[in-house]
Ligand binder design. Structure first.
Ligand code: NAD
Length: 267
């Protein structure tokens, strides 16, 4: 097929990176031209076909991006430290940049916005269509319901997850704060323990579960005396996020420099 979108996968050895590789291989309209892993990874030098069999692109896992390659988009799922390397690479080589790495600092968010002036960038805490809808439904509920409704967010993930609460939980909390026109940082409450744990009016509370291999679950709870609304999304497979990220990268490859949101892609 002509004009296949050429993708770089940064963090290719990780859980999400591998899922992104598989998602890209499932599509006809893109091809992976580089699979980047850290230099100490045992996968460096390994042909992708060795890991993924027939149908895998004819490349090896590498630590550096070949200077002669001209990729159309880079997909990053790593960690907060490796994110800086990925963004610098994308800006330096002028490659449209998609990232799902969570746990970013305020400075990293600023760097991302800054990068949007020279290349197209799209960061999302969650690449699933269901979560994009959950965010909208959460904002709608927070707009319609009076502020007397207590808002709480409960999330669950696998035991290896580094950051907490999840980026998705924070995005849902920010959606509530925005709808209520309050400063998110002033009302966010992370966990409750001890005798000072009584709930303050207007708080947005976060509860976190880390266990086994849970892929990702989020519940937004709105409660008033006598009634309760719970909006829940459960991801059963990382493939959901990986397919969303690949779709976003293919879309982003054709955009002008700017900062884009996942809802621009998923509708
Ligand atoms: P993981 O630990 O399995 O994978 C991270 C990978 O990054 C590791 O293989 C590590 O070796 C690699 N890495 C570190 N430094 C690197 C570098 N300099 N160059 C290349 N690779 C490097 O973690 P994971 O479960 O795949 O999650 C990765 C990130 O994605 C986390 O921040 C997680 O919260 C986030 N995540 C986002 C979504 C979403 O939809 N946005 C979904 C799931 C996970």
């Amino acid at each position: 097929m002509p004009n296949k979108i050429r993708l770089v996968v940064h963090g290719a050895a990780g859980r999400m990176g591998q899922s992104v590789l598989r998602a890209a291989m499932d599509r006809e309209d893109c091809e992976v031209c580089a699979a980047l892993a850290p230099s100490h990874s045992t996968l460096i030098g390994e042909p992708l076909a060795q890991v993924y069999g027939k149908g895998a692109p004819d490349i090896e896992f590498t630590a550096q991006l070949d200077p002669d390659l001209l990729p159309d988009a880079l997909i990053d799922f790593t960690g907060a430290r490796a994110f800086d390397t990925a963004l610098a690479l994308a800006v330096g080589r002028r490659i449209p940049f998609v990232s799902g790495t969570t746990g970013l600092s305020d400075d990293q968010r600023l760097a991302l916005a800054d990068a949007g002036r020279s290349i197209p960038v799209l960061w999302a805490a969650n690449f699933s269509l269901g979560v994009a809808l959950l965010r909208r439904m959460t904002a709608l509920a927070a707009t319609v319901l009076p502020a007397e409704f207590d808002a709480e967010i409960i999330e669950a993930h696998h035991k290896f997850k580094q950051d907490s609460p999840s980026g998705t939980a924070l995005a849902l909390g920010r959606a509530i704060a925005q709808a209520r026109r309050v400063d998110f940082d002033a009302v966010a409450r992370y966990g409750r323990a001890g005798v000072t744990a009584q709930r303050r009016d207007g708080e947005i509370g976060f509860s976190v579960v880390r266990a086994a291999d849970i892929v990702g679950e989020h519940t937004v709870l709105f409660a008033a005396p006598g009634e309760r609304i719970e909006l829940t999304h459960r991801a059963g497979s990382r493939a959901v996020f990986a397919h969303g990220a690949v779709r976003a990268a293919i879309w982003l490859a054709r955009q002008r420099p700017g900062t884009y949101d996942i809802t621009d892609v998923l509708g």
